[in-house]
Design a protein around this ligand. Structure first.
Ligand code: GH3
Ligand code: MG
Ligand code: MG
Ligand code: MG
Length: 312
């Protein structure tokens, strides 16, 4: 029976992502050919604690968008040489820019054009001259909602963990940070043992429950700053930040012991499940691909050695 998402569960996810998002300040891209107006918007938004990137040459908006990865775009409609509405249409052609809210600021009176602006991907239409208080409120609400939605969209629907693509993005980012700060991180790849027979013996719904159970236990026992993702079907991946491999292995071993001692309800009574894990360190493998291969190799060695173990 499909279970509806519980409210507190969703709150947990959002909370989890809030912890993983790092910088909580909203980042806003302002595109307006009038530098005085753009400065006025920027000042109001910055006073409200937001980070603002200004673009007065609309032909540079797309580049600025890719570089700044803003939570929201605030855009003029009438600009020399470029139509803001046309620009919105172009922005929406890129997959990663599909969900960023676009708020138009315009003296445009034509209702048809206003409708067109929304149809081509705009979210709001604020008439000029703009009330700055109202602008700041609307921008904050839109940015907040966009961030929450993105967090849910980019999470795995069964477990709420980062999905594969997002996890790999975080891996690249954390490796870069570790290199810069000269710290060490460990990648753990975790795979449920003989999971096919869990499905075969107890059914896929019970199997799903086991996957959720492992997700919970990883979230619960790793630090809030660590990063956990669902790497594949019954495979998970974790980044243990600032942790040498021996410490990462002993933490993962404790999680393994607890998990293997946790019974799940099956049709013929309670049963136990185990997992194996492979761990590799960024000190020995500073590149993402090599780090993943090394963790994978350790995981396979753990499987060959009899499963229910952590190898590094
Ligand atoms: P090993 O110990 O070597 O890892 O054996 P295994 O049986 O766990 O490995 P295998 O890769 O052969 O099987 C993985 C199984 O996981 C097969 C697939 O049907 C199941 N699986 C993958 N994703 C899900 C899921 O979302 N839900 C459920 N219930 N099963 C899943
Ligand atoms: Mg203008
Ligand atoms: Mg498996
Ligand atoms: Mg597997």
């Amino acid at each position: 029976v499909a279970k509806p998402l519980e409210v507190n569960e969703l709150a947990d996810w959002l909370d989890h992502f809030a912890g993983q998002g790092g910088d909580a300040r909203y980042s806003i891209l302002v595109v307006d050919d009038d530098p005085l107006l753009a400065e006025a918007y920027a000042l109001a938004l910055r006073r409200a604690g937001m980070v603002v990137t200004l673009v007065s040459d609309p032909s540079r908006a797309i580049d600025a968008l890719s570089a700044a990865q803003p939570d929201l775009i605030l855009m003029d409609v009438q600009m020399p040489g470029v139509d803001g509405i046309e620009l919105a249409r172009v922005i929406r052609q890129t997959r990663r820019h599909l969900s960023v809210p676009i708020v138009f600021l315009s003296a445009e009176q034509d209702t048809g054009r206003q409708i067109l602006a929304r149809r081509l991907g705009g979210d709001d239409f604020i008439p000029k001259p703009v009330d700055l208080d109202r602008l700041v409120t609307l921008v904050r609400l839109r940015a907040e909602r966009a961030r929450s939605l993105r967090a849910v969209m980019e999470s795995d629907s069964l477990t709420g963990l980062l999905n594969h693509a997002r996890f790999k993005e975080r891996l690249a980012l954390e490796l870069e940070r570790a290199r810069r700060d000269k710290t060490e991180l460990c990648l753990a790849i975790i795979d449920l043992d003989h999971f096919k027979s869990v499905n075969d013996n107890h059914g896929h719904l019970v199997g799903d429950r086991v996957i959720r159970g492992l997700a919970r236990s990883l979230q619960k026992h790793l630090r809030r700053t660590d990063v956990v993702g669902r790497y594949g079907g019954e495979e998970f991946a974790a980044l243990l930040l600032g942790t040498p491999p021996a410490a990462a292995a002993s933490l993962m071993s404790r999680i393994r012991e607890r998990f293997s001692a946790t019974p799940f309800d099956g049709a013929q009574g309670p049963f136990g499940v185990t997992f194996s894990a492979g761990i590799a360190s960024s000190t020995r493998h500073p590149e993402a691909e090599a780090l993943i291969s090394a963790a994978d190799a350790c995981l396979y060695a753990a499987k060959r050695a009899g499963r229910n173990r952590v190898n590094w």
